[in-house]
Design a protein around this ligand. Structure first.
Ligand code: ZN
Ligand code: ZN
Ligand code: ZN
Length: 302
């Protein structure tokens, strides 16, 4: 029997994202927060989605039987009262919007780096915009702009540009209603920079700081210095345990979280770890968060 999509670990209700954050976090209207914000994990897989065709490992088999455990390519959708920002348009972007019942509205895009799992949906996303009168604003580092232009020459054609690049470098800040997004640099490895996000969230409980860093094989010292008083570090779950190629293993992310005195560590960009969900949670340890497709990042806050 093919997978049926069942109830999600973090249930998505159409229209829920229009509620104030207080309702989402506390279950009741909260505090002084009057802006609207939801941060959805559109996807939570590493470079290849789960399940993988032909694979019958515990992880893939379980995901086939329980749609809540299916994972598509990692992406975040940040919805504030004034703007919708998509982080990393991967190849599943059409499916992700349809699955979540989302309106095709994206005001700008942040690209962490130009690997296929993070940019291949850019062409689809340009088509997905409800209002195609305006070019799509894409923040990407210079190194990755060039590669995006090589993948999608028609999107950057000067005679009819469909996307316009905006600056993305360490320290770049984007201010939305209720959230300030700051860029910090990481790297798969030397000379392959990746961007990560430090989000400053205005919540009814005060200012909360969330770091989102997938594909982080390296963390330069000046980036590390920015990571003070982090409430939630959402890190790279490509490899369970030890280190992989250009990615930290989950052990390294947990160790970094401890070094930085992060209140809570959670994982996205989950790889083909070949253990079932309960086994993965057990390996990660108590108090460690795990993101699922369709989940709200705010629900992971400690
Ligand atoms: Zn990736
Ligand atoms: Zn498998
Ligand atoms: Zn990558």
């Amino acid at each position: 029997m093919v997978t049926q999509v069942g109830p999600r670990p973090f249930p998505f209700l159409p229209g829920l994202y229009l509620l104030p954050i207080g309702l989402l976090v506390n279950g009741a209207p909260g505090g002084t927060m009057d802006s609207v914000m939801k941060i959805t994990f559109l996807g939570t897989s590493a470079a290849w989605p789960t399940p993988q065709p032909g694979c019958h490992c515990p992880q893939c088999s379980e995901a086939r039987a329980d749609g809540r455990l299916r994972r598509t390519r990692s992406s975040l959708l940040i919805e504030s009262a004034d703007e919708v920002v998509l982080v990393d348009p991967g190849p599943d972007v059409f499916h992700q919007f349809e699955r979540e019942g989302l309106e095709p509205r994206v005001d700008r895009v942040l690209v962490t780096h130009s690997h296929a799992d993070h940019v291949l949906g850019l062409g689809d996303l340009e088509r997905l915009r409800a209002d195609r009168k305006h070019v799509l604003r894409v923040h990407a580092a210079a190194y990755h702009r060039k590669r995006i232009g090589e993948i999608f020459p028609y999107l950057v054609d000067e005679r009819d540009p469909r996307i316009v690049f905006e600056v993305w470098k360490p320290g770049t800040e984007i201010s939305l209603e209720g959230i300030r997004i700051e860029g910090f640099e990481t790297g798969h490895r030397a000379r392959f920079p990746t961007a990560a996000l430090l989000m400053h969230l205005h919540t009814p409980d005060g200012m909360r700081r969330v770091a989102y860093a997938t594909d982080m094989g390296e963390l330069p010292d000046d980036s590390r210095e920015r990571l003070e008083e982090i409430d939630l570090f959402v890190g790279d779950g490509t490899f369970l345990g030890g280190e992989g190629h250009g990615h930290p293993g989950t052990d390294a992310v947990l160790a970094l979280g401890a070094e930085l005195d992060v209140e809570k560590v959670a994982f996205t960009h989950v790889g083909h770890v070949q253990v079932d969900d309960a086994g993965l949670r057990e390996r990660l340890g108590e108090g460690v968060g795990l993101a699922y497709d369709g989940g709200n990042l705010l629900d992971l806050l400690p």
